[in-house]
Structures are given as structure tokens and as C-alpha cells.
Ligand binder design. Sequence first.
Ligand code: C5P
Length: 220
Amino acid sequence: AEVPVLCIDGPTASGKGTLAVAVAYQLGYHYLDSGTLYRVAGLTMRRNGLEADAAHEARIAELARTLPLRFADGKVLLAGEDVSDAIRTEAAGMDASRVSALPAVREALLALQKSFRRLPGLMADGRDMGTVVFPDADLKVYLTASAAQRAERRHKQLISKGISTTLDSLRADLEARDLRDSSRSVAPLKPAPDARLLDNSALSVEQSVEQVIAWWQEVQ
Ligand code: C5P
């Protein structure tokens, strides 16, 4: 591939974000957090009083195609409004998962995602980076961790942001989201045939970063 791309896909709260940010930093690459785009699309749907069903699909897709989105200083700006916190709640995650099951919405976000591929390279993080958006990626990693581990991590993350939840409700949410993400007909969550599997249940962030960088050097 001309502009190098590495992809990390995997289920909710598998640690993709943390890992991908660290790898992007180490390589000096651009970073695409595709989940953010679906979260913003979900928020936009909610604010427009729409439901994620076939009757509203075209309308939501149109909104998604023209999202007035900007990234500045680590913040996500929607028409100038800082929505960084609003898109991080579990409810926003659920809405993201709902809109992301609509084929027209996925199609609408494709060009925007591909536009992140610029020199010196791209670290892309999501569910279908290696299967759909960047099928010719130089390296595809499929990251997993046990459901218990993932619920615990997400719990800590939310608590540290002052958002209160219980471990049980989180785990139920994660499992519902994973089930919807992996059973949808378009771009379901699954490893690309040529993905390398990484289970980080027993790994530190540093160890996971080392593994991905080692694989990256291997494919150069
Ligand atoms: O990764 P994150 O939790 O921010 O993603 C929110 C939701 O967006 C996921 O549960 C998934 O339904 C959807 N998503 C997707 N494809 C991607 C990234 C996220 O369908 N590439």
C-alpha cells in the first residue's frame, strides 16, 4: 500500500483505543478512531428525534454524510460544540451501535474514514477497519479480551470520568452491543481472514504495544 495503514479491530472495551493511540504516537502516524464517527452520528440521530430504523435510514445517512465535524486539541467539535463527553456515555455507545447497523449510514461514513489515510501513515481503530474500510492494510490486528476484563476496564474508565454505573449493567450493555455488532448483516464485527489475533487479557498496555510494533516491523 502507498500510504501505510495498520488496523486494530475488536469488540467494545477491548483496549483498542489505548493501544492504537500509543502505537500511532510511537510511529508518528495519524489516528482514526472510527467509533467516534458512529457516536457522533448516533448523537445527531438522537438530537433530531429520529430512530435507527429503515424508515429513517436515508435521513440519518444524509446527516452522517454532512456531519459538521472537527477535531481540535483532542476534542470532538460538532458544529463548534464540544461533544467529547456527550458521545462517551454508554447510552451514546448504544445509539452508535444502532445507527452503525444501518448500511446507508456505514456507506455515508466511508469517504470520511478513507480521508484519514495520509502520509506518513495511518493507525485505524474500529470494528471493520481491516475487513471493509482498509482491506489492503499492511497489518491487521484483531484485539480481544474476556468480557469480564472488558467490563472492568470500561467501569474504571467511566468512574474516572465521574460517570457512575454498576459492573453488572456495564457487562450486560457490552454483551448486547457486541452481539448487535457481530450479528449485523453489513460489516459485522469479525476478524479479517488475514488478521493477527491478540488477546490482551493478561498483557499490560506496554506489552500489547510492543507486540503490535514488532508485527509492524515484520511486515515492513
Ligand atoms: O469503538 P466505540 O465503542 O467508540 O464504537 C461505538 C459503536 O460504533 C460500536 O459499538 C459499533 O457499533 C460502532 N462502530 C462500528 N464500526 C466501527 C467503529 C464503531 O460499527 N468501525
